[in-house]
Ligand binder design. Structure first.
Ligand SMILES: Cc1ncc(COP(=O)(O)O)c(C=O)c1O
Ligand SMILES: Nc1c(O)cccc1C(=O)C[C@H](N)C(=O)O
Length: 396
């Protein structure tokens, strides 16, 4: 297969430059047809037999293996299912059980809110006086002390694209005896990740962003293989049981990471994801990362030259940045609306970020330059200064 870009593998609307694949990836070409087959040939014709005959029951592990390759994890260490919020909860609950004598969970105040909300809810229901600490991202490393039970961080900041030092933070967590959880929501399919080398105990992530699994696509969870047989799942659902179809009354955790399965897998969503993952065949994350850096560096250069009113909010050093670039502007919400209307889809993140994702599978240098020209037009001609844009409802 030809290397990058692979635009022909995606169904992108004509005239759109899609710089929001960091929030919701576009539709890969084969997905609609694969779903059609799943609906008619599997669900429609096989009915209940689909669990065996179409291997629906093995899908969480099978798709997990496809993701494993992209995050440097071995076969059998990743499963998919549920939403990322649930996977965060599961990882944190199990991690806390591994350090019963410690009471501090360390995250940061740039983390995506659901990760912090799930932690708060879990700690409250444990009722054992745990504390969630959220220093600024730059201060996390110094806040890793021997009080900390679990360090739980999102590698790439959803707003700024700032990337934590993946290796140094995990090493520091382990040096003080803390358990490490990485949320790879903005990393999987965006930056090279090597879970084996990193040695963190847990990783979680979503698949609707850079992995193009579609809206509501299932999340994934990785558990380090050497601890997977001892980790205790808090959400002990029947499909994480060692023998679900024995229908025993007592819970016995399933084999390794399979114990992190909870209930019935979302077969249609997982089928879309499984097909979507084939766009990565024959690609390495190193190749994707190299292109992503070229594209985002070019974008920053073009925008800074053309638009003096925009301030770079992302780290300037590409090695400290994920695959997204944010610019600050006082009217960024209206400016993003003006851009979307002109075919450049990025997004707004409160309070003032215009955020653009770089996805080399379907974005090339020409798109980047064209997007910068349109941003220049919107800024120079104050096209954002339109009450209709400012009034538009803010759902996402
Ligand atoms: C870091 C991070 N965690 C969690 C989520 C969302 O979790 P869920 O898939 O449960 O909506 C997102 C984005 O939506 C995210 O960026
Ligand atoms: N998961 C989302 C959703 O269900 C609706 C709207 C947006 C999202 C997102 O993924 C937001 C995303 N995590 C972000 O970085 O802003």
């Amino acid at each position: 297969m030809a290397s990058l870009p692979r635009k022909h593998l995606f169904d992108l609307p004509e005239g759109v430059i899609y710089l929001d694949g960091n929030s919701l990836g576009p539709l890969p070409r084969g997905v609609a047809e694969r779903l059609e087959r799943c609906v008619h040939k599997e669900w429609g014709e096989m009915l209940i037999r689909g669990w065996n005959d179409a291997q629906w029951m093995d899908q969480p592990a099978r798709v997990g293996n496809k993701i494993a390759r992209l995050i440097g994890a071995p076969e059998g260490a990743v499963v998919i299912g549920d939403t990322l919020s649930i996977k965060v909860y599961q990882a944190l609950a199990s991690a806390l059980e591994m350090r019963p004598d410690r009471k501090v969970v360390l995250s940061d105040n740039g983390n995506f809110p659901t990760d912090l909300y799930m932690a708060e809810g879990l700690l409250r229901s444990l009722g054992r006086g745990h504390e969630l600490r959220t220093p600024p991202p730059e201060e996390v490393a110094d806040a890793i002390t021997e009080e900390v039970a679990v360090v739980m961080l999102t590698q790439v900041d959803y707003r700024t694209g700032r990337m934590h030092d993946f290796t140094a933070i995990t090493q520091k967590a382990h040096a003080v005896g803390a358990v490490m959880i990485w949320d790879l929501a903005h990393s999987a399919g965006a930056v090279p990740v090597d879970m084996v080398a990193n040695n963190a105990e847990f990783a979680v992530g979503c698949t609707y962003k850079y992995l193009n699994g579609g809206p509501g696509a299932p999340a994934f969870i990785y558990v380090r293989p050497d601890i997977a047989e001892t980790v205790r799942p808090a959400l002990s659902g029947w499909l994480g049981h060692e023998a679900p179809f024995a229908f025993d009354l007592g819970y016995r955790p399933g084999r390794a990471v399979e114990r992190m399965r909870v209930g019935t897998p979302p077969v249609l969503q997982a089928t879309a994801l499984e097909e979507a993952l084939s766009v990565w065949d024959g690609l390495t994350m190193a190749e994707v990362r190299a292109r992503s850096i070229e594209l985002s560096e070019r974008f920053i250069r073009e925008v800074e030259t053309r638009c003096p009113d925009l301030t770079l909010l992302s780290p300037r050093d590409p090695m400290a940045r994920g695959s997204q670039v944010s610019f600050g502007f006082s009217e960024s919400y209206a400016a993003i609306q003006a851009l979307i209307e002109r075919g450049v889809i990025g997004d707004f993140r409160a309070p003032d970020a215009m955020r653009f994702g770089f996805t080399p599978l379907y974005i090339d240098e020409g798109d980047v330059v064209r997007a910068a020209e349109i941003i220049e037009d919107v800024m120079t001609n104050r096209l954002w200064d339109d009450p209709a844009y400012k009034a538009r409802s803010r759902v996402t």
